[in-house]
Design a protein around this ligand. Structure first.
Ligand SMILES: C[S@@+](CC[C@H](N)C(=O)[O-])C[C@H]1O[C@@H](n2cnc3c(N)ncnc32)[C@H](O)[C@@H]1O
Length: 298
């Protein structure tokens, strides 16, 4: 795992060496993305308290722990991504794949950019990850999906292991044979999956954390056991968690020390994890090696 600005690091990676790259860059929401309160606790609130406790005593809710977040406002997100996507294309193995996770604010512009970098024939899927959570505006359809663009470096030769993909129940099980029903169906390009529950045990406290199940589907289909999976906008390290669960090696890069601190907690006790440019999740005084480093799955 590595603390640092990704473009500088990517430039040091040898060409043609990485089998799978998944990235979930900032979506350009125009806001700073922050985690919801890490925890709330009741403190003595006197008359101003917003909660009533035993014996009618008034308490106020207070947030404990630091707020975690990152800036998500870019005058031109495709222009920011372009050199990084060119590096991703260069470092991908000849049969490697790239997944780019965005939402409809920028996905169409980045699709055009990726078509230019990879060639249109290399575009394999637009995956729609649909969820159902949060507010519902009344003046348009509530936007409840992200877009994941899937490209192969060589559309004639890439890893896609349908046997490794977990099947799901048919939507209309009565319309298929009992054998097919028992086997389940291969997921299509539309994936229904809930967001990371704000109260569930998967939650790390880092904003915009993606569900590990979504990442596991990608890693299972588009890499082989032992392969290296790279995420250079790593956040809380969800890609690493999926890779670890599926016996792949992983390399996670983020420029935000708070993200690295979350990853330190997430991968605590996992053998073979190497930290570059950090000391236990804090930026170190030394530059740290800039060359390719991957943590080895125990
Ligand atoms: C959408 S979040 C990733 C969330 C992650 N997929 C997860 O499940 O937790 C994007 C991340 O990109 C990082 N980032 C933005 N610009 C970067 C850059 N130039 N180099 C490295 N990391 C960057 C931010 O710090 C942020 O953590």
């Amino acid at each position: 795992m590595q603390l640092g600005e990704n473009l500088a690091i990517l430039r040091g990676v040898p060409a043609g060496t990485v089998p799978l790259v998944y990235i979930d860059p900032p979506f350009n929401t125009g806001k700073r993305r922050t985690a919801a309160a890490l925890a709330t606790k009741a403190v003595d609130g006197g008359a101003a308290g917003d909660r009533t406790g035993f014996g009618g005593r008034r308490y106020a809710s207070a947030t404990v722990g630091e707020e975690r977040g990152y800036a998500d406002a870019y005058p031109d997100l495709p222009a920011f991504l372009e050199p990084r996507l060119r590096e991703a294309h260069r470092i991908l193995a000849p049969n490697g794949s790239l997944y780019v996770h965005l939402d409809p604010r920028e996905s169409h512009y980045v699709k055009v950019l990726l078509d230019q970098i990879f060639g249109r024939a290399s575009f394999l899927n637009e995956i729609v990850w649909a969820y159902d959570y949060g507010g519902r505006p009344k003046r348009r359809w509530p936007a409840k999906h992200d877009t994941i663009l899937f490209y192969a470096k060589d559309p004639a030769d890439y890893v896609f292991d349908t046997d490794a993909i977990e099947r799901e129940p048919y939507m209309a099980p009565g319309l298929v044979t009992p054998e097919k029903r028992a086997l389940g169906k291969l997921p299509s390009s539309v994936w229904w999956h809930t967001i990371v529950s704000p109260t569930g045990k998967e939650k790390t406290g880092y904003p915009t954390q993606k569900p590990v199940a979504v990442l596991k589907r990608i890693v299972a289909a588009s890499s082989r056991p032992g392969d290296l999976v790279l995420d250079f906008f790593a956040g809380s390290g969800t890609t690493g968690a999926a890779a670890l669960a599926l016996n792949r090696r992983f390399w996670l890069i983020d420029e935000n020390p708070q993200a690295v601190a979350v990853m330190v907690e997430r991968f605590a006790g996992i053998g073979g994890v190497e930290w570059v440019g950090t000391e236990g999740g804090q930026a170190s005084d030394s530059d740290g090696p800039r060359q390719e480093r991957a943590s080895d799955v125990p």
